[in-house]
Design a protein around this ligand. Sequence first.
Ligand SMILES: NC(=O)c1ccc[n+]([C@@H]2O[C@H](COP(=O)([O-])OP(=O)(O)OC[C@H]3O[C@@H](n4cnc5c(N)ncnc54)[C@H](O)[C@@H]3O)[C@@H](O)[C@H]2O)c1
Length: 276
Amino acid sequence: MSQDQQGAGVQVGGTFVVTDGARRFEDRVAVVTGAARGIGQAVVERLVAEGATVYALDLRQAQLEETWAGVPQVTSIAVDVGDSAQVRAAFDRVRAEHGRLDALVTAAGISDAPWRSDPAIGGSPEPETIDDEAWDMVIRINLTGTFYCVRSAVPLIREAGERGGAIVTISSVGALAPYPLPAAYPASKAGVLGMTRAIAALLGKENIRINAVAPAATRTEMLPKDEELLAAMVALQPIPRVVPTSEMAATIVYLCTQEAQFITGQTVNVNGGMVM
Ligand SMILES: NC(=O)c1ccc[n+]([C@@H]2O[C@H](COP(=O)([O-])OP(=O)(O)OC[C@H]3O[C@@H](n4cnc5c(N)ncnc54)[C@H](O)[C@@H]3O)[C@@H](O)[C@H]2O)c1
C-alpha cells in the first residue's frame, strides 16, 4: 500500500481508493463477507485504506485469494455463509488472532439460485417457476447466512468493551420498491431489515449498532447483463444512474465509524431516491 503523491487516496491491491486521508479504522478489526468482488470488495478496500485489519470472507476461494494477494492487511477465508459451522470457524479464527471485533459488513448474497439461468434477470419472476430448492437457497444465503454472521460477531464485538462496534447488513431496494423480481430475493432482503431492527433494539445499550443499507443498481456482476433492462430499471430512480461500488462502500463504511455512533436500526437508502 502506498500513499498517492497527486491526490487524496491510497493504493489497495489493484485499486486506488479515494479518501480524504482519514484513518478512521486505525487499530480496528473488521470482517466483511462477499469480499471476493463487488460491493464487499470495495468495502474491504475502503476499510484498509483507512487503517483497518480485515478478514475477507467469500465462497469463491480462488477469486478471494486473487483479489487480496499482496494486501497484507487482509486475511482471506473461504466460507459459505449459509453453513453455520464454517461461519463459526471463521469467527473463531478472528477471536484467536485478535480477541475482538470492531465491525462486520455482510455483503455476501445472491440474486437467485444459480441454476435458474435466464441471464437477463436471473430467473423468471413468476412465483410458480421458483422451486423449493431455489427458494431455500436464496433465503439460506441472503437471510440465514447474514444472521449466522451477526450471531457470531456479537460476542466478539462485546470483547471490544464499552467502545462497542458496528454491523452493517446489506438489503436491497428490491425489498422496498415494487420491482417484479423473483420473490425469494426481496423476501430475503426484507427479512434482513426485520432482523437488523430487532437486533438494534436489543443491543443499542451495549453500544453495538446495526444498520442496513439498501442499494439500488450498483456496478457489479449481480446486475442484469441486459443493458436495456438495466437502463429501464435505473430510469425509475430520481437520480437515474448505476453507481460504482466505491460509492456504495463509502456509506457502508461511514455507518461503521464513530461518526455514526447515534445511528442504529436504520435502513439507509443508497438508491438514488428510489425509496423516500
Ligand atoms: N449490485 C447491485 O445492484 C445490488 C443491489 C442491491 C443489493 N445488492 C446486494 O449487495 C450485496 C453484494 O452484491 P454485489 O452486487 O457485490 O454482487 P457480487 O455477486 O459481485 O458479490 C457477491 C459476493 O457474495 C459471494 N457469495 C455468494 N454466496 C455466498 C455464500 N454462500 N457464502 C459466502 N459468499 C457468498 C459471491 O461469491 C460474491 O463474491 C448482495 O447482498 C446483494 O444482494 C446488490
